[in-house]
Design a protein around this ligand. Structure first.
Ligand code: NDP
Length: 295
């Protein structure tokens, strides 16, 4: 069995690669660069998908919260094309392949749900784009769509903020929190923080790949938590105080208001279909997830 992973070199991709290999899969990554067990996007455009591939996953995407990147039109275009064009490339290659894979699983984001302090969202909630990031998610999910009659099963995981020691938000927060300089984002930290542990995100992809009855949208989130709940759990796991909030205006200056929203506002996203499909979480509560991230 072989799986092909777009963006397999990244934080989530590394965890999914390990999980796939533990389940007996050979893994080929699709990257912008050549490397071991890696083919490039150009190779896919030229030669299509290797015949022995049974599962295709796309996790590619330029990091939205990269503080070193200015939020200008060029970077926004890269943020969009690194997700939408890579997903389209894989979808087109699946449609053209002589022996199609059994499953095409893609990632997207919870930014499709409009931040709201009281609403609870599930995979069945109506969604309508309301800003740049929600429009991006709509286009990203649309890019993954195969013709209805196609034999390849499709799954899209709408991921919350991914927690894990070796990447994503925790990697950025680890040292400030370790030094006792951590705190909530925004003064109160009462905005929702839809989150998932990276083992569970990889686990949901494995569950989607291995189970023929899993299809369609799955929310990749765990138990609801606010930014303050996360801050308390993470600082607690490190046995440190967390008394230095980062005010919203600082986030707006560093990131620009359009993307600072990702952490200054939040959605309460329930993984209803994920649970109904039989997935069992390793880390459903934020305390145990944060404890694992510092162990
Ligand atoms: P990483 O940044 O760790 O990895 C993403 C991969 O995307 C990279 O390894 C890179 O592969 C590829 N990539 C980066 N820029 C470009 C580009 N301009 N064009 C094509 N490919 C590019 O991300 P994560 O593993 O954390 O996230 C994986 C996916 O999950 C992303 O799409 C992200 O948007 C989504 N997601 C992540 C969340 C998180 O909290 N981490 C939350 C919600 C969604 P290479 O260099 O090999 O080409």
């Amino acid at each position: 069995m072989r799986a092909l992973i777009g963006g397999g070199t990244g934080f989530v991709g590394r965890h999914l690669t390990k999980a796939l290999q533990e389940n007996g899969y050979k893994v080929t990554k699709v990257s912008r660069k050549t490397g071991p067990d890696t083919i490039t996007w150009k190779d896919i455009n030229k030669n299509g998908i290797p015949d022995d591939v049974t599962a295709v996953v796309n996790l590619a995407g330029a990091n939205i919260l990269n503080p070193l990147k200015r939020w200008n039109q060029a970077y926004k275009d890269e943020v969009v094309s690194s997700r939408v064009e890579t997903t389209k490339t894989l979808a087109n290659a699946i449609v053209s392949s002589k022996i199609p894979p059994k499953v095409f699983a893609t990632i997207s984001g919870v930014a499709i749900y409009k931040p709201n302090p009281t609403l609870e969202y599930t995979e069945d909630s109506d969604v309508e784009p309301y800003d740049f990031l929600s429009q991006l998610v709509v286009d990203w999910e649309q890019a993954a769509k195969l013709p209805e009659s196609h034999s390849c099963r499709q799954v899209t995981v709408r991921s919350g903020v991914v927690l894990g020691r070796d990447g994503g938000m925790i990697q950025q927060l680890y040292f400030p929190f370790y030094l006792g300089l951590g705190g909530t984002i925004g003064l109160r930290g009462d905005q929702w923080l839809p989150w998932i542990h990276v083992s569970d995100l990889a686990g949901i992809f494995m569950h989607a790949i291995n189970n023929d009855n899993v299809h369609g949208l799955l929310n990749g989130t765990a138990e609801s938590a606010t930014n303050a709940d996360f801050t308390k759990a993470f600082a607690g796991a490190l046995c440190r105080p967390a008394i230095f909030p980062t005010p919203g205006f600082v986030m707006n200056i560093v990131f620009g208001s359009e993307r600072a929203k990702v952490v200054l506002e939040g959605q309460n996203v329930k993984p209803r279909r994920t649970l109904e499909s039989g997935y069992q979480y390793k880390y459903f509560d934020v305390k145990s997830a944060c404890k694992n991230c510092v162990s």
